[in-house]
Write a protein of this length. Structure first.
Length: 195
């Protein structure tokens, strides 16, 4: 547990560089996303730490935030129909991955997150800020109260920070299936998957 959690505003000139530095060390950061705040860590090096902080079972995977290039790499170069034209958006898609399984991926429309992804050079695990089984914490004050001392860095977003999670769809089925209705209306994308 870290008793010296750092705080920074997302519009601070050093916010992107600071977040990248902390993430590359394998530490956990609370990031303002284009949906709700996310507990975030780098792919491969932060999963165990993130699970311990969130108390999340190993059987439940995390969403990956990615650039277009990273998303294509995850599913061997080709995104399912319609995603290329839909992303970036508050839409998480379960994709067939190159390991023969599935991975939930979102290409965020937020420039701040895109800059962090580019700087890290790898996808970022993202999950709602809460202890598993509890409701997500939606305000920075509530998050700071609960997670100060548990994470390395808290990045404060705008006062109108999103309060709705991304829409989650399964792109391994035809038509695509909405698993969670969130901030994005996926009806056009679902209709395209019928073609």
């Amino acid at each position: 547990m870290n008793s010296s959690t750092k705080f920074i505003e997302r519009h601070d000139a050093s916010a992107v560089a600071t977040a990248i530095k902390v993430l590359k060390r394998g530490d956990i950061v609370v990031l303002p996303c284009d949906t709700i705040y996310g507990l975030s860590g780098l792919l491969e090096i932060s999963e165990t730490k993130l699970r311990n902080i969130k108390r999340r079972p190993e059987t439940k995977p995390f969403i990956l935030l990615a650039t277009f290039g990273m998303a294509r790499e995850i599913c061997q170069g080709r995104l399912p129909d319609g995603l290329e034209e839909t992303w970036p958006a508050p839409l998480t898609a379960i994709l067939p991955d190159k390991k023969g399984g599935t991975t939930a991926v979102r290409v965020p429309q937020d420039e701040f997150l895109q800059a962090i992804l580019e700087g890290c050079g790898t996808p970022i695990y993202s999950t709602s800020v809460n202890t598993s089984g509890e409701p997500p914490l939606l305000t920075f004050d509530a998050i700071a109260n609960e997670f100060t001392g548990k994470v390395e860095l808290l990045v404060r977003g705008d006062t109108q920070q999103g309060t709705m999670p991304s829409t989650l769809i399964d792109c391994t089925k035809r038509p695509y299936v909405v698993l969670r209705q969130g901030a994005f209306d996926a009806s056009e994308l679902i209709a395209r998957s019928l073609e």
